[in-house]
Write a protein that binds this ligand. Sequence first.
Ligand SMILES: [Zn+2]
Length: 239
Amino acid sequence: MPLRAIRRRLKEIDRNSRRVERNVFDRLQGAAFVLSLVAAPFVVSAMESWQVSDERETACFVRVYTEGVDRTLRAREVEPDERTKPWPGVTPLAEVDFIHRVSRCGWPFATRSIDRPFEVEVKLLGAAQQELRADYVARAEALAISLGKLRTISEETVHPTAWAFSIGVWWILLSLASAIVIAPARVAWYVLRRGRAVVRQRRIDRSHCPNCGYNARESLLQGRCPECGSALYERPDVY
Ligand SMILES: [Zn+2]
């Protein structure tokens, strides 16, 4: 079908379609829908300052000890599930936890995550000396670093998929919020219009002027109210 025929057909359809009346609230709602999409990325960006979760994970667990009469500090990595097992033949001095924290920011989806540098938690055991605490930590840290298990710098990751979905959610939420704000005005307007239509229809039924209520029985043929000059006939209100 040539383009011109299609256009003619569309015009024909348009001419014969019932007009959908868009009142001021529908237009307002439409504008709010578009504005919500524009505003959504800014809201997502603002939500990024909100840290939603903070996870801690043991990156490395090290035991510091001495063996026999030898005073040299030794260190060994221990699997977390073996930390309660006794170590025969050694003198345990300290248990050092190296912890990696991951913070997730953004709502409803985490759009940014921050992998923070390691933190240290030390537990001194029976034979340990308080003043050697720094030495124990240094020994354990040297081992953990040599094993390549410690993150020393902060790393930030942006998640594009979370961004896209968060924008979608905020778009819907903002649109809904605008609909809720507009709803009371919409209802009030409808009730007002409906009430006005009822009054006018009742006047028309009694051959009175719908505008001013004047008894226009004598002037029906003229079609105009002698009192206020408005039309005595009008289309029934569809509302
Ligand atoms: Zn009148």
